[in-house]
Design a binder for this molecule. Structure first.
Ligand SMILES: *[C@@H]1O[C@H](CO)[C@@H](O)[C@H](O)[C@H]1NC(C)=O
Length: 492
């Protein structure tokens, strides 16, 4: 009789040998995960943000402090069990330090800045008359050359409606038609609107912009239509420069270096908040799983943890890592698990799946189901650090509890703090992750090989399409995330 590897392993675990006391098993990893320890990590990350200007973002001191916090465990406390290195890389840091729009009567107008906005002359900004531009809510306003035909915006601030098409396209055409800047009015009423990104690649190609409410934009439009001169001021104080940042890669000394099971979470937050759920939750999960793994031995596969930098700027750290892997290094990574936002206050339990996910989603799902949690399987979005691994054909899955209302109303906001976590969700998801790792650390049964050449041309071309889309998104260097449950990366 030929025993399956799983069965042989079960028998091994059942054998009453003293040597198995320290044997790593799914049960032990699961049991070691405790809510209080996860709370402790998130308390620390929240404090790091509080002590460093409110965030842990790429290019900010809070990120460096977060890095040091993880290194204090991985590199110092766990030095006997883990090999840890810091992988540096560079990316364009941008920050709008100040933005203001002053109306024709000298009044302050509510305004937000997109990511990668251009600075106006300082300290005075741009004071100029508005020039109105046509609106097209179907195709988007002013993203096509023909929509700008006959418009001479020289020396003016162009008044343009937001929506549908990329803000950066509107700004490039405005520049080509002589505008000094753009006053963009929102497409929906109110002041509760999302921040778009212009993309790091458009630095230097666009004019400064301020995004004001629909109501204000429409009232200025009607004054222009009545023949009035409407003179306003736009002030943008922003900087863009290259800054160095870092990934942390930490792997068990034990295990076959040719068979690596990898877990990743991003360590950076957005500039707007402390990032306790996004992605302190995944960061804490990995730290606690590492703290459990390091107590055991007897596992044949190497376990590698990654804390990614600059995820919020467009998956920059994880893509830097995957793009610098040789073919043979990529071959050695047998599975990648991505944990980004796994403790949302009103959680869904979403497990990502694609053609090549193999047994991973099922292992996660079976555990969660056994705990009475209602799960759903969904496709990967181009939203997180799995993208580079999928590009390489490495089998992958991940957990995700939802971003934006209703799942996480504090998504990318200052209130993504210690109160923005569903502790039971974070605990059960971390246990699911630990258990699943415990299984794959022993057996690759049900794990497909790396998809380097699929015979199915349709699948391949669909994957290639997805990858191009993801790559394009990543290059956009956004703060946003795309997934059925995450807010779209806002470019429009
Ligand atoms: C980042 O940029 C700095 C300054 O240009 C350079 O010295 C450094 O080598 C770069 N680091 C990487 C990892 O490319």
């Amino acid at each position: 009789m030929k025993l399956s590897r799983n069965l042989a392993w079960t028998l091994l675990l059942a054998s009453p040998s003293a040597a198995t006391d320290s044997l790593l098993t799914p049960d032990k990893l699961e049991a070691d995960i405790r809510t209080e320890e996860l709370q402790n990590v998130l308390w620390n990350l929240n404090k790091i943000a509080r002590d460093n200007g409110g965030n842990r973002a790429f290019g900010e001191p809070g990120y460096k402090a977060s890095l040091d916090f993880v290194l204090e465990r991985a590199q110092k406390r766990f030095a006997r069990e883990m090999d840890t290195y810091v992988q540096p890389f560079n990316h364009t840091y941008e920050k709008t330090r100040k933005i203001a729009v002053t109306g024709p009567e000298g009044e302050d107008v509510f305004v937000i800045s997109p990511q990668y906005n251009s600075a106006t002359p300082l300290p005075g900004g741009i004071t100029a008359g508005l020039i109105d531009t046509p609106v097209n809510d179907e195709t988007g306003s002013m993203c096509l050359e023909e929509q700008w035909e006959g418009i001479d915006a020289t020396g003016k601030l162009a008044l343009v409606k937001r929506g549908v098409c990329a803000v950066s396209d509107k700004l490039k055409f405005a520049k080509a038609h002589g505008a000094l800047g753009v006053i963009l009015y929102n497409q929906a009423p109110g002041t509760d609107y999302a921040m778009p990104t212009l993309g790091a690649e458009n630095i230097g190609l666009v004019v400064p912009v301020g995004i004001i409410p629909l109501e204000v934009g429409e009232s200025w439009r009607s004054r222009l239509a009545a023949g009035e001169d409407v003179v306003v001021n736009l002030l943008v104080d922003s900087i863009a420069e290259t800054r160095e940042t870092w990934n942390i890669i930490s792997e068990t000394k034990q295990g076959d270096p040719n068979k690596v099971i990898m877990l990743g979470a991003h360590l950076d937050s957005v500039q707007q908040g402390p990032g306790v759920n996004d992605d302190g939750s995944g960061t804490a999960a990995l730290l606690e799983i590492m703290g459990s793994v390091k107590q055991y031995d007897g596992f044949p596969h190497k376990i590698r943890f990654a804390w990614w930098g600059a995820e919020e700027s467009g998956l920059v750290g994880s893509l830097y890592y995957t793009q610098h892997l040789s073919e043979s290094e990529a071959d050695k990574i047998k599975y990648y698990f991505n944990y980004d936002m796994i403790g949302s206050p009103d959680p869904i339990y979403a497990i990502s799946v694609d053609e090549n996910s193999g047994i991973g989603p099922q292992l996660l799902g079976d555990y969660l189901t056994s705990k009475g949690v209602e799960i759903e399987f969904g496709e990967f979005g181009g939203n997180s650090d799995h993208v580079g691994f999928l590009e390489l054909g490495i089998p992958a899955t991940g957990l995700f509890t939802g971003a934006g209302k209703p799942w996480d109303a504090c998504y990318h906001l200052a209130c993504d703090d210690l109160d923005n976590i569903h502790w039971e969700a974070l605990t059960v998801n971390t246990k699911a992750a630990a258990r699943t790792l415990g299984t794959l650390a022993h057996s690759l049964e049900g794990v497909p090989p790396r998809a380097t050449a699929s015979p199915n041309r349709r699948t391949r071309s669909r994957m290639a399409q997805n990858f191009r889309r993801w790559a394009a998104l990543a290059e956009g260097a956004s703060h946003g995330k795309m997934c059925s449950h995450k807010e779209g990366k806002q470019v429009d």
